[in-house]
Design a protein around this ligand. Structure first.
Ligand SMILES: NC(=O)c1ccc[n+]([C@@H]2O[C@H](COP(=O)([O-])OP(=O)(O)OC[C@H]3O[C@@H](n4cnc5c(N)ncnc54)[C@H](O)[C@@H]3O)[C@@H](O)[C@H]2O)c1
Length: 361
């Protein structure tokens, strides 16, 4: 490689700071954050000072015209992702894009088409996958030792008080694109789909009960997975004690992870429990776990994969298809909740909610 990839960060808020501190700053041989951009110039300049970024601007258009930028990392509110992602791909600039990718499967497919036409590539962020606990679970399941899957229960019980919605873009369909299903549980649901594969049918309910906002802050769903196993998903932003729990029951073992309080947003981290049906199976499980790959974690893990994949021209560990699958689940959850129907997957262009799960005009 000729030198570190030169990165422009667009949107100088909370996640942009995390991307630097927990990602780019730990990989200085691979990335150099050259410029940061925010509609609010004071925010951009303050961010540049705090994170040692040499240049700040309030013009995304100017960033997209530059030839000395290899990667744009889009850290703006969700409603601004799509247009910028497509513009960067058309310009031949690689893109890292925060979750949720965009507001509909239709726009997701436009982004997929733009990437296919471009020499540049887009990697959606799902950094929760880059933790050793969930990676062990995936390694174990891929080995085949777990046997037939029976049920999975996935709980995202977090807490957001009213001050969380002081930020103007949060809590509104137009800018946040959804609530707990789009903003918080999307990570845990991605881990679940990554471990358990495709969903085949979805029945869901959602409501807003915790805060006086437009978007949902409680949801519950039942799923039939493509392999025939069943799953329940629950998500709320009203849990007095924040908690995330995943429990996956297979014929030969049960896989469990629960984490509380400040650890609630770290479900991928260790420890996970892998309990086998017999001592003999447990010995084999422990042997397979000892061989699980372990690399860099969190944003640094996902960004390292990005750089390595570009260099060796392989696929990213998190692909646009993964982002599409997460938004397909969102589409099904919203459609089922609004119609009372059980929604079969996959969802194609003929689905009434292909152009978006948000409120109809
Ligand atoms: N991966 C994660 O764990 C994680 C965590 C938090 C947020 N996020 C996602 O990151 C994104 C940003 O969230 P946040 O909490 O950092 O928001 P934030 O409000 O802290 O920051 C967003 C910034 O973007 C700026 N901005 C808005 N529109 C812009 C535009 N068109 N061009 C340039 N700048 C613009 C705003 O002025 C603001 O400074 C969202 O999509 C959110 O869902 C991801």
């Amino acid at each position: 490689m000729s030198g570190p990839l030169r990165v422009a960060i667009v949107g100088c808020g909370w996640v942009a700071g995390s991307q630097i501190e927990r990602g780019f700053a730990l990989l200085r041989d691979r990335f150099e954050v050259a410029v940061c951009c925010d509609l609010d110039m004071d925010r951009a300049q303050d961010f540049a000072r705090r994170h040692g970024v040499p240049e700040a601007t309030d013009s995304t258009a100017a960033i997209l015209e530059r030839d000395d930028i290899d990667v744009v990392s889009i850290c703006t509110p969700p409603s601004a992702h799509c247009e910028m992602a497509i513009a960067a791909l058309e310009r031949g600039t690689h893109v890292i894009c925060e979750k949720p990718l965009t507001r509909s499967l239709e726009l997701t497919d436009l982004i997929i088409a733009a990437e296919a036409r471009s020499d540049a590539r887009l990697m959606p962020i799902f950094q929760y996958r880059f933790q050793h606990g969930v990676q062990k679970a995936r390694h174990l399941i891929a080995s085949g030792i777990a046997g037939e899957a029976f049920t999975s229960s996935i709980e995202t019980a977090w807490r957001r008080d009213s001050d969380y919605y002081d930020v103007a873009w949060r809590g509104k369909f137009e800018t946040e694109l959804g609530g707990v299903l789009l903003t918080q549980a999307i990570h845990i649901h991605d881990l679940f789909l990554w471990l358990m594969g495709e969903a085949a049918e979805v029945k869901a309910f959602k409501t807003t009960r915790v805060n006086p906002i437009e978007v949902e802050d409680c949801a519950a769903a039942c799923l039939r997975m493509a392999d025939g196993s069943l799953a329940t998903l629950t998500a709320t932003l009203g849990s007095v004690r924040p908690m995330t729990r995943l429990r996956l029951c297979f014929r030969n073992l049960v896989i469990e992870r629960e984490c509380f309080d400040a650890d609630a947003p770290r479900p991928g981290n260790e420890p996970w429990t892998f309990l086998a049906r017999t001592p003999e199976l447990q010995a084999e499980v422990d042997r397979i776990l000892a061989e699980a790959p372990s690399g860099e974690v969190d944003f640094a893990g996902q960004f390292a994969d990005f750089a390595e994949a570009l260099e060796s021209r392989r696929h990213f560990a998190v692909s646009l298809d993964d982002a599409r699958r997460s938004l397909e689940l969102v589409t099904a959850l919203f459609h089922s909740s609004e119609t009372g129907e059980t929604v079969p997957l996959p969802i194609g262009a003929d689905h009434p909610r292909y152009s978006g799960w948000g409120p109809r005009p």
